[in-house]
Design a protein around this ligand. Structure first.
Ligand SMILES: Nc1nc2c(c(=O)[nH]1)N(C=O)[C@@H](CNc1ccc(C(=O)N[C@@H](CCC(=O)O)C(=O)O)cc1)CN2
Ligand SMILES: Nc1ncnc2c1ncn2[C@@H]1O[C@H](COP(=O)(O)OP(=O)(O)OP(=O)(O)O)[C@@H](O)[C@H]1O
Length: 184
């Protein structure tokens, strides 16, 4: 399984790089997602790196509807990721893995909706990420949160192998729209 995921990650990274280099697509918030952005809800976004899908229009729509935004904060692979409060204009600090993150002193948030960066996904809404297990652990910890993957459409794979700890997404949003759970 580890080998299989390793090879899949390499292929999906290459597909994502190619798409981002050639296309100029934007990921807009579909109505079904807007309907979840109730005032006061905590929506976690992320600062995209490299060819990752950009969730900023989704975060902007959440803010417009009175949601609060939190961003992931990691220190090393062993320490669980936290979601820290952030609003436009707040500083971002260079941290682990070359990421821009909120200041470590910002308050921790309990997310209602987790916008999740993906390397890949399939129609059953299995996902694969960077392989450090940060989001897997966050999904286990915040089990009531809505898990929404954000990706380019080319990151869809026929089948993503699922380990026992993998928690499927509730939906994936790409530049082509939203994919919700379908029975196989
Ligand atoms: N934009 C964004 N933010 C995010 C994530 C993400 O996937 N995307 N994360 C999702 O989990 C967390 C950070 N997770 C990471 C997990 C592993 C590696 C990693 O293995 N990095 C390689 C170097 C990669 C490179 O330079 O290309 C390494 O350290 O060997 C980096 C970040 C939190 N923030
Ligand atoms: N609930 C959990 N508690 C502790 N460790 C976990 C949990 N879920 C996953 N892990 C660990 O995370 C590691 C990476 O898992 P996996 O290969 O599925 O990564 P991924 O889903 O691509 O990564 P990510 O969740 O960061 O996007 C595994 O070694 C696994 O043991």
């Amino acid at each position: 399984m580890t080998q299989e995921k390793h090879a899949l990650r390499a292929r999906l990274r290459a597909d994502r790089d190619k798409f981002a280099a050639e296309a100029s697509a934007a990921i807009c918030a579909p109505d079904a997602l807007l309907a979840k952005f109730h005032p006061g809800r905590v929506v976690t976004s992320y600062m995209p790196v490299g060819s990752e899908a950009d969730p900023s229009l989704l975060a902007a729509a959440a803010l417009e509807r009175g949601c609060r935004i939190a961003l992931p904060h990691v220190v090393d692979r062993a320490t669980p990721m936290r979601f820290l409060a952030w609003q436009p204009g707040d500083v971002l600090v260079a941290g682990a893995f070359g990421l821009l993150q909120p200041d470590a002193a910002m308050p921790d948030c309990i997310p209602d909706i987790i916008l999740t960066p993906l390397l890949g996904f399939d129609r059953r809404l299995n996902r694969i990420g960077q392989g450090a297990g940060f989001y897997d652990r966050a999904f286990a910890r915040f089990e009531n949160a809505l898990r929404i993957g954000v990706a380019w459409s080319v990151q869809e794979a026929p089948a993503i192998p699922a380990d026992i700890w993998d928690v499927p997404l509730h939906a994936v949003i790409t530049e082509r729209g939203m994919i919700c759970h379908e029975e196989p």
